[in-house]
Design a protein around this ligand. Structure first.
Ligand code: AMP
Ligand code: GLY
Length: 420
């Protein structure tokens, strides 16, 4: 019997998850809630409407796969599990690895997982006193979820003081910023290491590197991610083994020791300095846009790994196999993102057929047969190639054929991977 799937979320990551799962011979219909202009079988339920999602999954007897962090942090997995519904992702307690940076830092500290040294404050005066007492650069982080904006990397003490005031005094992130972390800034090279876990063991997905800043050369403010490629030379085989053992497996086994099974995608944002990994953050989900190039390279059936992760039988499966090719995803955004930007602009050039590339939708909607922009990150043009350079050329070739008035993308996605 074929299994129907409900994918929760509306971004490029969710489009890619649905695209990959639909290729499984074991999967029937893939529904998306709420989905976007590129996904099929969209259901008009938002990601925070957990009861409605559960009702739909129950009626259609779906297995549910959760994309974004907000419903995970709100306990969607706990609710579904109580109702006897199959769902892939961490429970609310397990998702604290992402939803509370303080919880995650303390967890890493007590379990010897490599991360930058830090202190926690809820009082601005005491935090500023600390800034003046240390002789290294700092990063100021709001404790809770802040849509990727709650981290301020500071160049000097005045910047750290103004970040503290922004979060603790002006309360720019509301309750998410009731407490802050002051963390040592580590200057190295970043990469994403994502694994899939059933709470007992964890299998690595392919490595990747994100491009968080809006402008070429990693300039400008942080975004949700402007592009990614896989695999990345930042993580060589030796480093991958180190991260797998000392970050991923240690996290899963320490969580288990503390009475929490981490089931789902476990994403470690890693800073590599002098050949050593430091965890900058954990996410309790797949990365967006890392998911797009990773899944383009995945040879194994994703459904098998998701089912085994839910069943606790991941160790029965072989390691995931990957295409040797490189893959690159370039995000096409609305000009103005990550600040304000126009919507409802018609996108042209989407119907060009091409074997080795795929245009994943994110902020789009379909109206009267037209595809319109509907968000900041609009499309993720993802292409493969025998080399990273081939994949990059291929992706930008495809992008040249897509147009709308406010189309913006970085022109250097993947470039930093060419010199590693
Ligand atoms: P996070 O959400 O914690 O990953 O932080 C967002 C971004 O801030 C990261 O991708 C890094 O570029 C940067 N960052 C976070 N922590 C540090 C750190 N300790 N040192 C240097 N950069 C950092
Ligand atoms: N691309 C970074 C993230 O998904 O958090």
């Amino acid at each position: 019997m074929l299994i129907d799937i409900l994918i929760v979320g509306s971004g490029g990551r969710e489009h890619a998850l649905g695209w990959k799962l639909a290729q499984s011979p074991k999967v029937g219909t893939v529904y998306h809630a709420p989905g976007n202009g590129g996904t099929l079988n969209n259901v008009e339920i938002e990601v925070h409407e957990i009861e409605k999602l559960a009702q739909f999954a129950s009626e259609k007897k779906c297995l549910t796969v959760v994309g974004p962090e907000v419903p995970l942090a709100a306990g969607i997995v706990d609710t579904f599990t109580k109702k006897g519904l199959a769902i892939f992702g961490p429970t609310k307690d397990a998702a604290r690895l992402e939803s509370s940076k303080i919880w995650a830092k303390n967890f890493m500290k007590r379990n010897g997982i490599p991360t930058a040294r830090f202190e926690i404050f809820d009082d601005a005066a005491k935090a500023i006193e600390y800034v003046n007492s240390v002789d290294y650069s700092l990063v100021v982080k709001a404790d809770g979820l802040a849509a990727g904006k709650g981290v301020i990397v500071c160049n000097d003490k005045p910047e750290a003081v103004s970040a503290i005031n922004k979060i603790l005094v002006e309360k720019s992130f509301g309750a998410s910023g009731a407490k802050i972390i002051l963390e040592e800034r580590i200057d190295g090279v970043e990469a994403s290491y994502i694994a899939i876990s059933d709470g007992n063991v964890a299998y690595p997905m392919a490595t990747s590197q994100d491009h968080k800043r809006i402008y070429d050369g990693d300039k400008g403010p942080n975004t949700g991610g402007m592009g990614a490629y896989s695999p990345t030379g930042v993580i060589n085989a030796i480093l991958a083994k180190d991260i797998q053992k000392n970050v991923i497996e240690k996290t899963v086994s320490s969580m288990k020791k503390e009475g929490i099974l981490f089931c789902g995608f476990l994403y470690a944002g890693i800073m590599v300095k002098d050949g050593k990994p430091f965890v900058l953050e954990f996410n309790a989900r797949m990365g967006d846009p890392e998911c797009q190039p990773i899944l383009m390279r995945m040879e194994s059936d994703l459904f098998d790994y998701i089912q085994a992760s839910i069943d606790g039988t991941l160790s029965h499966l072989p390691p995931i196999s990957w295409r040797r090719q490189s893959a690159v995803c370039v995000v096409l955004a609305s000009k103005g993102y990550p600040e304000s930007y126009p919507k409802n602009e018609e996108i042209l050039g989407l119907d060009v057929q091409d074997q080795d590339s795929y245009v994943f939708h994110a902020g789009t909607k379909r109206v009267d047969g037209k595809v319109l922009t509907n968000g900041g990150r609009v499309l993720g043009v993802t292409a493969t190639g025998d080399t990273l350079q081939d994949a990059i050329s291929h992706a930008y070739g495809r992008i040249a054929k897509i147009s709308w008035p406010g189309k913006y993308c970085r022109t250097d996605i993947g470039k930093k991977g060419l010199t590693l």
